[in-house]
Design a protein around this ligand. Structure first.
Ligand SMILES: NC(=O)c1ccc[n+]([C@@H]2O[C@H](COP(=O)([O-])OP(=O)(O)OC[C@H]3O[C@@H](n4cnc5c(N)ncnc54)[C@H](OP(=O)(O)O)[C@@H]3O)[C@@H](O)[C@H]2O)c1
Length: 466
């Protein structure tokens, strides 16, 4: 029997706070515990009990929806304790309810409007508003997804500020990536159907309740993985994976220096670098030393230590690979830190927020470094970006200018993106990578997520949830 999770609320008499036990098939990993904020996971033979208080029917319904969205199979639901006079377990058991990701999306059939975040003009976090808008309709080759989790990243702050290459002209919806469930398909769609779980690298447009994307820009997501954790893959882990394996082509036993090692991409690069058998070094703030060391790297305090000196003092007089996601003044010393045969991958412009002038200086430095790489007989410089430029080439971000040039969107090499995606999903499933979700913030509080982004880079991925 396939039953809509929403029917559960009719089976329980939810007039007051109740402690419920929701039993699902299978043993859930620790990672999924966070999806049930505050509820306890008790593992028994072949099943897991999720036990905790629910305040009302709406909350119970939302827990059950989450179970369905995670692709878990619901075995039973029961009230396990109420007041002392009613200590006996109450009936209300629903054996055999299946909660699959291909069950219809709750309420979508009648839904006409949705929430979406909007940047009306470039600026700080205060420019973010959440508005009610019409549900989008998928066009030819497009799928529409009910978004389960969407990301808020450093790059989103550059888009919001108007200092990102390929930034759209406001008003636009921010959000570089999302994970969702397909709820409608447009004409000519062949790879996905309703109920499929997908992820997409949107570059912007992900911070919404429902998003339409080309099916070619979507990748499949297994329904048993936590959408918030998967949301760390399309931008953060994909970038880290591709700069190590596609650009630097790092080999087991080589050494690698990661700048911004305690940041989101930095942590992913250390995790993936350790899996690749690399010897790791990471620049970070002194307060993040322990975090970097726990990930298996030698930590270098970027404010008080000279990383170039440290790399040159190594027995091999330099490092094989440098990952420079920060750019500008770091790039030239990073190039000089390479040993014979070394590779520098430059893939960010961290210090350029709010300043077109800084962009120009950043460019000048990086062009210089790229030229040094071209003429060097023994060292290479590789630029990298995860996304494509859709309509052409933009040279300088337009800041507050009236019209911005051109736009980016979707993975730059969809074929490689798809291949690397499968690898990352497998690593996540096996628990070999562990994306840290700093906080799951309701979409309605998108502005708060941007405020948090400015403050704490080393806490993990910020994820917006419906
Ligand atoms: N090309 C692409 O496709 C692509 C894709 C993804 C990301 N990126 C780029 O990658 C960069 C990192 O992104 P992210 O999401 O990881 O950002 P993040 O989470 O904000 O992390 C940045 C980290 O860098 C550290 N940092 C700042 N200045 C530093 C310096 N001079 N030396 C060493 N570390 C320093 C910060 O530490 P404190 O906070 O302690 O100062 C922070 O931990 C950004 O520039 C982003 O645009 C590029």
């Amino acid at each position: 029997m396939r039953t809509h999770a929403g029917s559960a609320d009719r089976l329980l008499d939810m007039t007051t706070t109740r402690t419920v036990r929701i039993t699902v098939r299978g043993r859930l990993g620790e990672r999924l515990a966070a999806a049930f904020d505050g509820m306890k996971l008790v593992r028994r033979d072949g099943v897991t009990d999720i036990v905790g208080e629910v305040v009302d029917e709406a909350q119970l319904h939302s827990r059950l929806t989450r179970i369905r969205d995670l692709g878990l199979e619901l075995d039973s639901l029961s009230v396990v304790a109420t007041d002392p006079a009613d200590a006996k377990q109450k009936g209300a058991t629903m054996s055999g309810l299946a909660t699959r990701s291909n069950a219809p999306a709750t309420g979508t059939a009648n839904k006409k409007t949705m929430q979406r975040a909007v940047v009306d003009h470039y600026g700080g976090p205060d420019v973010i508003r959440v508005v009610e808008d019409d549900l989008p309709e998928p066009g030819p080759g497009e799928i529409r997804a009910r978004v389960l989790a969407s990301g808020v990243s450093f790059t989103d702050s550059q888009l919001r500020e108007g200092t990102y290459l390929g930034v759209p002209t406001p008003p636009f919806t921010p959000g570089y990536e999302f994970v969702g469930v397909v709820d409608k398909v447009g004409p000519g769609v062949s790879r996905f159907s309703e109920g499929d779980r997908i992820a997409s690298l949107t570059v912007w447009g992900a911070n919404v309740e429902y998003a339409c994307v080309l099916e070619d820009d979507a990748v499949p997501v297994p329904a048993d993985l936590d959408p918030a954790e998967v949301c760390a893959l399309p931008l953060t882990y994909m970038t880290a994976y591709q700069v190590i394996h596609r650009e630097a082509k790092a080999k087991k036993g080589e050494s690698m220096l990661v700048h911004g090692a305690a940041g989101r991409v930095g942590v992913a690069a250390l995790e993936l670098g350790a899996l690749a058998g690399l010897r790791l070094y990471g620049t970070a703030s002194a307060t993040d030393r322990e975090k970097v060391e726990r990930l298996g790297a030698v930590a270098i305090d970027y404010r008080n230590e000279d990383f170039l000196e440290r790399m040159r003092a190594l027995p091999e007089k330099g490092v094989d690979v440098v990952l420079d996601g920060l750019g500008g003044p770091l790039s030239m010393p990073s190039f000089r830190a390479l040993r014979h045969g070394g590779r520098l991958v430059v893939f960010g412009a961290y210090s350029t927020n709010r300043s077109v002038w800084k962009w120009i200086k950043w460019y000048a430095t990086d062009v210089h470094v790229a030229l040094r790489g071209l003429v060097s007989p023994s060292k290479k410089v590789r630029p990298y970006r995860v996304q494509k430029l859709r309509d052409g080439l933009q040279i300088i971000p337009k800041g507050n200018a009236k019209r911005s040039l051109l736009v980016g969107g979707g993975p730059r090499h969809p074929d490689r993106f798809g291949e690397d995606w499968d690898v990352l999903i497998e690593l996540l499933r096996e628990g070999k990578i562990r994306p840290v979700v700093a906080e799951r913030i309701p979409l309605a509080e998108a502005r708060r997520a941007h405020e948090m982004l400015e403050q704490a880079a080393s806490t993990g991925k910020l994820v917006l949830v419906p």
